[in-house]
Design a protein around this ligand. Structure first.
Ligand SMILES: Cc1cc2nc3c(=O)[nH]c(=O)nc-3n(C[C@H](O)[C@H](O)[C@H](O)COP(=O)(O)OP(=O)(O)OC[C@H]3O[C@@H](n4cnc5c(N)ncnc54)[C@H](O)[C@@H]3O)c2cc1C
Ligand code: SF4
Length: 329
């Protein structure tokens, strides 16, 4: 471990300025991603700006039935909160399917959105990785790539976005509230993460000094009928091989609104407007769900060990649509 400075921020503006004034500084919340990466020297901040004392822990109702989740609310609190369980079940289910109870008690919502990739080469300083050290190459493309992405990849990087909650939130039109040195702004969560292209070291549209204040979830009938389904190699404490977040508003035997997002397969939380457009106006049948699943994976590219993810993601999505519709179609 290298030496670093430590500062506990009292107000959001102070935290933003502390990071803006030191290019090596980083916010720390639960530390379950950042400290891990510091231990293996992938991250080496000059200063940690502790944001745990900031007043960003609340989970509050918004006018119209939505919910605002403070960036420092813990994963476990959000998973169990009645406003989330009733209005946004996919978010609660995604959180409960994440990590372990101990980690969920420690880890924050802002930190969860900004967790780094679990690509093993990213954490291994002995091997090339364009995300960790731009221009060195990608060890995963010709190496171990069973867990890597099949959507949004590039010749520079094929790392999967590993988180669960962001997949559910992306499907439900979440909006991220951000404070930067020039004031506050909002970013649609679907636009927060970016595909790697030829700059895989850049993972989001945020600058290092941009502080996430909260995430807003707007209420909608399809949000209240949403579902998150995670397929993984063991029943707990494991990242997704594939996952799907779905939301359906079915009235009079027809789908009035549909939401579809995929996890475990994209380089970012992967929303599929193509699948959603195919579902609207259809009866909620297995045939309609199958067509949507085909559309959602149409641009997918499998690598030497992970082409199985394409049909598996389709089946995951069909099942998640069935569950959002209230059972097998
Ligand atoms: C063994 C293990 C298993 C796991 N399994 C899963 C899983 O199955 N599914 C899943 O989704 N996740 C999983 N995780 C990841 C875990 O959910 C994240 O590590 C956690 O949510 C990060 O939150 P944190 O508060 O600890 O973030 P930190 O480690 O404190 O911060 C992470 C990053 O976010 C930045 N940051 C934190 N808060 C803010 C903010 N408010 N504004 C701007 N930047 C901020 C930090 O600077 C840092 O870069 C697992 C982690 C471990 C260690
Ligand atoms: S997939 Fe991305 S993170 Fe993994 S080795 Fe390649 S460049 Fe690095």
């Amino acid at each position: 471990m290298r030496n670093f400075a430590y500062e506990a921020a009292r107000m959001p503006g102070d935290a933003v300025m502390a990071v803006a004034q030191d290019t090596g500084a980083r916010f720390i919340a639960g530390g379950t991603t950042l400290v891990d990466l510091m231990r293996v020297n992938v991250e080496a901040p000059s200063k940690l700006v502790d944001i745990n004392g900031l007043p960003l822990k609340g989970i509050t109702a918004l006018p119209g039935g939505g919910v605002r989740i403070g960036a420092l609310a813990r994963m476990s609190e959000v998973a169990e909160h009645p406003l989330v369980v009733q209005g946004f079940p996919a978010v609660s289910q995604a959180l409960l399917a994440s990590a372990s109870p101990q980690l969920r008690n420690k880890a924050s919502i802002g930190g969860n959105l900004l967790q780094r990739t679990r690509c093993p080469y990213f954490r291994d300083l002995a091997l090339p990785c364009n995300k960790r050290e731009p221009g060195t190459g990608c060890s995963a493309i010709g190496g171990e790539n069973k867990m890597q992405a099949v959507l949004g990849t590039s010749d520079s990087c094929i790392a999967t976005y590993a988180g669960d909650m962001a997949v559910a939130m992306v499907a439900l039109d979440a909006v991220v509230r951000v404070r930067g040195p020039r004031g506050d702004r909002t970013v649609n969560l679907v636009d927060l993460h970016v595909v790697p292209g030829d700059t895989p070291q850049r993972e989001t549209v945020l600058a290092p000094e941009d502080l996430i204040l909260a995430v807003d979830l707007p209420a909608a009938p399809h949000a209240a009928r949403s579902h998150y389904l995670k397929v993984r190699d063991r029943a707990s404490y494991e990242f997704a091989v594939t996952s799907a977040a779905t939301g359906l508003d079915v009235q009079g035997g027809r789908i009035r609104a549909a939401r579809v997002a995929l996890g475990g397969v994209g380089t970012k939380p992967w929303r599929s407007p193509e699948a959603e457009a195919l579902l609207v106006g259809q009866a909620p049948t297995r045939e309609a769900f199958g067509a949507a699943a085909q559309a959602a994976l149409r641009g997918a590219r499998g690598y030497s060990q992970n082409a199985f993810k394409i049909p598996l993601a389709q089946r995951t999505l069909i099942r998640a649509l069935e569950l959002a519709a209230g059972g097998p179609a």
